[in-house]
Write a protein that binds this ligand. Structure first.
Ligand SMILES: Cc1cc2nc3c(=O)[nH]c(=O)nc-3n(C[C@H](O)[C@H](O)[C@H](O)COP(=O)(O)O)c2cc1C
Length: 223
């Protein structure tokens, strides 16, 4: 199912936190690809989509793997349809003829959240057998930003080797490992910290966490 909502209104320079070295192209909307794969932690992908959607100038492309459709329903209180509604374009995982399967379709960057070990493995060896992996490979070959929120624990040597391979190919490995210096109070505070770090990589503005501004005396720290 491919679905388009209103055409993207704003023309955004690559200069607003660009992930690549290209010349700014003022005629392009800022296109972001989000893929949700079937690792635990579907909420990371859902939260990323919800946050990106707050900026209507972003043209949001979404792929949800078959495994992720199950984890979204199982782990969150959102339905797959609710999540899909937030995207400008929803691509089928098997649609290797989709726009984002080609390097000629320009995008600003891609986030896989969460990224399963299966999807990490396929990306690391360029096994372009589905659209998530193909679109990720396109981002790497075109030297665009690719952020992988790899979720598994513990990690064996193969997982670590594949993360190393993906890093050498240009991916940013960003596991959901939250900081605690902001004194999180809820589960969503933890989720938001990790998602915010991923969106920082893509140059997406957000207010998911308060930025570190140095150590303050404990008596003046806001609770
Ligand atoms: C409830 C549930 C939780 C899972 N959690 C993880 C996980 O945290 N990490 C992981 O790599 N795979 C996890 N898996 C296994 C993946 O879903 C499985 O490897 C699947 O083939 C991934 O396919 P995909 O990457 O195409 O979505 C989980 C599966 C289920 C059903």
């Amino acid at each position: 199912m491919a679905r388009r909502s209103d055409p993207c209104p704003a023309l955004v320079l690559f200069g607003s936190g660009p992930p690549n070295d290209r010349e700014a192209d003022v005629s392009l909307p800022r296109r972001i690809v989000v893929a949700i794969s079937g690792a635990s932690g579907a909420i990371y992908g859902v939260r990323a989509v919800e946050t990106i959607r707050e900026d209507r100038s972003v043209e949001l492309h979404l792929i949800i793997s078959a495994g992720a459709k199950a984890t979204i329903e199982y782990e969150t209180d959102r339905s797959v349809a609710d999540v899909a509604k937030l995207a400008d374009v929803v691509h089928e995982e098997k649609d290797l003829a989709a726009t984002i399967a080609s390097g000629s379709f320009q995008t600003h960057g891609m986030l896989v959240a969460p990224c399963s070990i299966r999807t990490l493995s396929a990306i690391a060896i360029a096994l372009n057998d589905n659209l998530i992996v193909r679109a990720a490979d396109v981002h790497l070959k075109e030297r665009r930003k690719l952020v992988l929120m790899v979720r598994e624990t513990p990690l064996n040597a193969t997982h670590l080797r594949l993360m190393h391979e993906a890093t050498l190919a240009g991916a940013v490995i960003l596991p959901p490992v939250p900081g605690f210096y902001q004194r999180p109070k809820t589960l969503m505070d933890l989720v938001d910290h990790s998602v915010g770090k991923a969106l920082d990589q893509l140059g997406i503005e957000h207010s998911l966490f308060e930025r570190w501004s140095g150590i303050r005396p404990s008596s003046t720290r806001a609770e």
